[in-house]
Design a protein around this ligand. Structure first.
Ligand SMILES: NC(=O)C1=CN([C@@H]2O[C@H](COP(=O)(O)OP(=O)(O)OC[C@H]3O[C@@H](n4cnc5c(N)ncnc54)[C@H](O)[C@@H]3O)[C@@H](O)[C@H]2O)C=CC1
Ligand SMILES: CC(=O)C(=O)O
Ligand SMILES: [Mg+2]
Length: 370
């Protein structure tokens, strides 16, 4: 198969769909790989490394897209990228369609086969192609939160861990999945007082076993959520209902009653966000303030640590990527129900039930297209 890797164009996005090591895997199986010149240059993956791995370097994204049967990316295609897709071409990347009707419409009109990393399931459960970026974003959420609690960044001027004789900050983590667990590790490590909320009591039980009385776990009722949000200095939003738009758990009236200078980090913003007051921001301008509460809502947080993130992402995407190239999308999906769960849009139809429900569009079962 002819595989194409364009340079990412989202704001401050330096990750790249394939590393040279991944290109080598494709090339070894007889696939042709086209990489846009400079795609990985800013994270130390130079054109020469790609050429040595067997890639053909092309000068622009249009040429890469024109030559490739499968495009491998990181972030959801921006409007200019959607315009380059064609009928039957495979797009393998994050999509986050539920909160994004414009992108969904563009992908439907393209006729392309659009596979979302974030809805591919794993044999052990969970979302193995989302997990590595959730690990990164979960860890970063505490760094970002701590930085924005500083006065110069609009925060209340509190140090997460306190100092001897002065109380540490209260950190609330909503969602005890991958983002939540990695945020928890960092917050506990810095000495904050941490509470984690989830609807999944089994998950809370596991965290309780690991962290013992260094954390508090709470079932995520409306009442618990409201009480904890109001006493917190830093709130991390890490909930997910796979494929669906994030539930708005923290309402505008709750934000209005929060402490002045508190910080919210809405990691779930790529699925629309779990704070009613959130809207997506960029690394160039990561925050805004509503009712004296600082909101950090960057939808591509791992892009800031793009080198770490690119390697972690490739570890997770390479397996299904090779299967798609070896077998074609239909046979690869007949052989793997987990990869099939990643099919979101194909040949002008929505094939992911939570996306169809969120956008009020008709749903077509992937099986009918295989
Ligand atoms: N902004 C960014 O750059 C990034 C965003 N993300 C996003 O972070 C979000 C979380 O991802 P993961 O941790 O991997 O998901 P996950 O599936 O591992 O965890 C989500 C957790 O939310 C819990 N949950 C669902 N409804 C809840 C409720 N009402 N109250 C409390 N908990 C609830 C679930 O039980 C689950 O434990 C996703 O939207 C993901 O796309 C991930 C990576 C980067
Ligand atoms: C998952 C996601 O949104 C990201 O890695 O940017
Ligand atoms: Mg998006």
């Amino acid at each position: 198969m002819r595989v194409g890797v364009p340079k990412e164009i989202k704001n401050h996005e330096y990750r790249v769909g394939l590393t040279p090591a991944s290109v080598r895997e494709f090339a070894a199986r007889g696939h042709e790989v086209f990489v846009q010149s400079g795609a990985g240059a800013s994270i130390g993956l130079a054109d020469e490394h790609y050429a040595a791995a067997g890639a053909t370097l092309l000068k622009d994204a249009a040429e890469v897209c024109a030559r490739a049967e499968m495009i491998v990316k990181v972030k959801e295609p921006q409007p200019a990228e959607c315009a380059m897709l064609r009928e039957g071409q495979i797009l393998y990347t994050y999509l986050h369609l539920a909160p994004d009707p414009e992108q969904t419409d563009a992908l439907l009109r393209s006729g392309a086969i659009c596979i979302a990393y974030e809805t591919i399931t794993g044999p052990q459960g969970g979302l193995p192609l989302l997990a590595p970026m959730s690990e990164v974003a979960g860890r970063m959420s505490i760094q970002a939160g701590a930085a924005h609690l500083e006065k110069s960044k609009g925060g209340m001027g509190v140090l997460l861990g306190g100092v001897p004789g002065v109380e540490p900050a209260h950190v609330l983590i909503i969602g005890a999945g991958v983002v939540g667990t990695h945020a928890l590790q960092m917050a506990v490590g810095l000495g904050a007082r941490v509470t984690v909320l989830d609807k999944n009591v089994e998950r809370l039980r596991q965290l309780d076993l690991v962290f013992g009385n260094r954390i508090k776990t709470l079932y995520s009722s409306a009442q618990a959520l409201e009480e904890k949000v109001l006493e917190s200095d830093l709130v991390i939003g890490g909930v997910l209902i796979p494929g669906a738009a994030a539930p708005k758990l923290v309402t505008r009236p709750m934000v209005r009653c929060m402490k002045k200078g508190a910080v919210l980090v809405d990691v779930a913003i790529d699925q629309g966000g779990c704070f009613e007051t959130s809207h997506a921001t960029t690394h160039a301008e990561p925050t805004f303030v509503v009712d004296d509460v600082v909101h950090y809502c960057v939808a591509n947080m791992p892009g800031a640590v793009a080198r770490t993130s690119t390697f972690a992402l490739n570890n997770a995407t390479i397996g299904h990527g090779l299967a798609l190239a070896d077998l074609g999308w239909q046979q690869a999906m007949r052989e793997s129900p987990h990869l099939k769960a990643g099919l979101n849009v194909a040949a002008g139809k929505v094939t992911c039930a939570p996306v169809a429900a969120a956008l009020n569009l008709p749903m077509t079962h992937a099986d009918t297209l295989l």
